[in-house]
Design a protein around this ligand. Sequence first.
Ligand SMILES: Cc1ncc(COP(=O)(O)O)c(C=O)c1O
Length: 377
Amino acid sequence: MGRMLPERLADLPTPCLVLDLDRLERNLERMAARCRKLGVRLRPHFKTHKCVEIARLQLAAGAEGLTVATLEEAAVLQEAGIDDLTWAFPVIPPRMDEIETLAGRGSLQLVVDSTAGLEALAARGVPFRVWLEVDPGYHRSGLEATDPLLVELARRLSSHATLRFEGLLTHEGQTYHTPGREQILAAANQGRDQLLDAARRLRQQGLEVPALSLGSTPGMSVVEDLDGIDEARPGNYALYDFTQVALGSCTTAECAVTVVSSVISSSSAHAVCDAGALALSKDPGPGWRAGPAFGEVFADYDAARLDPDLRLTALSQEHGFLSRPCPVGTPLRILPNHSCLTVACWDEFLVVRGDRIVDSWTIHRRRGPTWTGPGSG
Ligand SMILES: Cc1ncc(COP(=O)(O)O)c(C=O)c1O
C-alpha cells in the first residue's frame, strides 16, 4: 500500500517516525569535532539508527569506520559497501559460520572476553581480527583489569598463527547511572582509567597492546582527557533522546528523532494517542525518576520546549495513555525515552528539514539469519 510522501509534516498520516535532518547533521559534526579535539578516531555505533544513509553521513563527517551490535547490521553495511566494521559484542559460538563468511568479505573486527570465545575463533583456522573486552566498572561483559585471564588471552592472541590481537575495548555504560555533568564525568573517567589500567598491566608483562577503544554518548559528551585512548564508539549522539536530556548530555534542541502521533480518544481524566509500545518501545526512561513515563511531548518543537505536564503514562501495544485530556485529533510530537529502541520499532524514517518532508530512509532492523532451504519458500 505505497503512498506518495506529502510535502509537509502537518500532512503526514500518523503514527510515524520523523528524523530532523538539520539536528542530525549538527549532532554528527559536533561529535566528530569533539573526537578530533580529544585526539581519538571516531567509530560510531550503527545500532542507534540502523540506517545506511546516516552511516554515510557519519563517514563523511570524519568517522573512520562503523561499530555494529549484530551480524545483520554488519551484513547490511557490507552490502552498502561500508566494510570497516567492529562487531562490539562477544562472539556468539553458534554463529561461527556467519562470522567467518562476513569476516571473509570485509574487515570485520571481533570481540571476545572468554577462553571459549577465543577457541571458537581459533578452531576455524582462518584469520580473524580480535579485541579483548574489558569491564570498565559497568559489570555487563568484559574482564576486569586485574583478572589474570586477560593476560592469558592477550598472550595467546599475541602469538597466535591465525588470530590478530587488535587491542582492548570497553563500553563505559555506568555513565547512564547518575545524572549531572560531574557525575557523568566521574563515571567516564572511571571507565577510561580501567581501560588504561588493563593496558598497563599487559604492557608490564611485555605484551604489545595495539589500540584502546571505548565509548558511550554520556561519557563522550563530557570527557575532557582521552590521552592514551585511540578510538571512541558513541552511538546515541546521532539522535539523542529524553534520557540524554535528563542526564545532561544534550538539550531538547538537539534531539533529532520524534514520533508524530494523534489523539484518538479523550475522557475527563486522560487522553489516548496512536503511539503505543510498538511505536515507542517500553523503555521506562531515566531510572532515577519517580515512576516510569514512556515519552515526553513537545509543547513547541521549534522552540525545543516540552509540555511540562503532558506525557505518556502507560502504553499498550498500539495505544498510548496521556497524562491529561486532549481534544481528539490533536497532533503530538513525542520525544522518546530511548531513541535506539524506538527506531528499532520502525521500518523507515521520514526525513524532514523544518516542516518540509525531504526523503524516507530505510531502517534495517532485521534480526536473526536469513534462512534458505526446505520450507523457506
Ligand atoms: C559495546 C558498545 N559500544 C558502544 C556503545 C554506544 O553507546 P551509546 O549508545 O551510549 O553512545 C554501546 C551502547 O550500548 C555498546 O553496547
